[in-house]
Design a protein around this ligand. Structure first.
Ligand SMILES: Cc1ncc(COP(=O)(O)O)c(C=O)c1O
Length: 377
């Protein structure tokens, strides 16, 4: 028996009822979850037993330190999967499982800043709001580049901004903007850099959602390490699905070596942004990766695109404005009433709303949404 007997304490019947109600509410809400990119279709029952452990992946995933309840070997396999998927250079990449796409973006900017201390960070006005925040707290000089009407960065504006400032640029390319699913074409960014004879630069790719979509589609634009990017961040809970938010960041090793510092306390190098790190999310990602593999993910993405095309057809039938990019699962629609926005948990921006087609969004659910919208059309 331990010194502290926890069995003499319990939560009240009232508290238990609150938890039951919350559970029932989540079940209901999950059926109409269409505005945010989170795949709710997963079954991680095999992993529930691991909630009995405090799994902490503190430190570098490639070095097993003093803290012994960790999932580093599984984390390394997940990182390897993503490094392959993103064509990271063999033997000279590094990565870790983050708490989400935002942490990966902050990490990318951190590596960039250490590589190019006197630099300016550029991203488009359609980039994720977390970038503005990250640039602010790092006190980064920044330049927000206007977008084209489709949400993609305006490359002429970027080139003009690069021409005006002689400091080395750090450019964040968004591969799948949050609202429109637009893709900043890294090849066009690189061409602008070349025309301006800029050889010292750092490109970070924010591929939060489409990083898990484009690699599985023929003829999709290239956005990965085949181009001169230095780091890439993708969310784990979005297309893959995870009950706990998470993400993956992959970077060229030389940039990580620049920041690493050995910490005696944990017996490992400090290379990550967080100290204590989630070891459970590693298991979720690993499980999905082993279950689906490349072929399974490809089938998953194709099914989402099939439902996306179906939804576009249904919106056209009721003459409700709706649009999606060629490789995207985000459908931008004319904003419906507040009642519909709330019922279907749609994300809104001014006159627009969007529907995100994740693997759990069925054609039947689209039909139900269309029935609601057409009643207002
Ligand atoms: C383009 C983009 N970047 C970053 C993020 C942030 O990702 P996370 O919510 O995983 O931190 C999002 C989230 O929607 C996003 O759409």
């Amino acid at each position: 028996m331990t010194a502290f007997d926890m069995s003499t304490f319990n939560i009240s019947a009232e508290d238990k009822k609150r938890l039951d109600d919350l559970y029932a509410m989540f079940h209901e809400r999950g059926k109409r979850h269409m505005g945010y990119p989170g795949n709710l279709l997963y079954d991680y029952r095999d992993l529930y037993r691991f909630l009995a452990f405090t799994i902490n992946n503190v430190g570098d995933p490639f070095v097993d330190g003093q803290y012994d309840i960790h999932t580093h070997p599984f984390e390394r396999e997940v990182i390897e999967f993503f490094a392959d998927l993103f064509h990271a250079p063999k033997e000279s990449y590094w990565g870790y499982i983050t708490n989400g796409g935002t942490e990966g973006n902050v990490y990318g900017l951190y590596l960039a800043r250490e590589a190019l201390p006197e630099s300016v960070v550029y991203f488009s006005d359609n980039a994720h709001y977390g970038l503005l925040k990250a640039a602010r707290f790092m006190q980064f000089p920044m330049s927000v580049i206007p977008s084209q009407p489709n949400g993609e960065m305006d490359y002429e504006e970027l080139e003009e901004a690069l021409r005006r400032d002689s400091r080395p640029p750090i450019i964040v390319a968004t591969v799948g903007t949050t609202m429109r699913g637009a893709i900043d074409q890294i090849e066009k960014i690189v061409a602008a850099l070349q025309r301006q004879n800029i050889t010292k630069f750092y490109i970070h790719c924010d591929a939060a959602l489409l990083g898990m979509v484009l690699p599985f589609l023929d003829d999709a634009p290239i956005f990965d390490f085949r181009l001169p990017i230095s780091s890439l961040s993708v969310s784990g809970h979005k297309m893959i699905g995870s009950p706990i938010p998470c993400g993956v960041v992959i970077a060229r090793l030389e940039n990580v070596e620049r920041i690493q510092k050995h910490i005696e306390l944990i017996g490992a190098p400090d290379t990550t942004l967080s100290g204590s790190r989630n070891g459970h999310t590693v298991l979720f990602l690993w499980y999905a990766m082993r279950r689906y593999g490349h072929a399974g993910f490809k089938a998953m993405i194709e099914s989402c695109l099939d439902v996306t095309r179906y939804a576009l057809r249904r919106f056209a039938e009721i003459s409700w404005e709706a649009h999606a990019g060629d490789f995207s699962v985000i459908i931008l629609i004319k904003r419906p009433s507040e009642k519909i926005v709330k019922k279907w948990q749609l994300a809104i921006e001014g006159e627009n709303a969007h529907v995100v087609i994740m693997p759990n969004v069925t054609k039947e659910a689209i039909d139900a949404l269309i029935a609601d919208v057409s009643a207002e059309a």
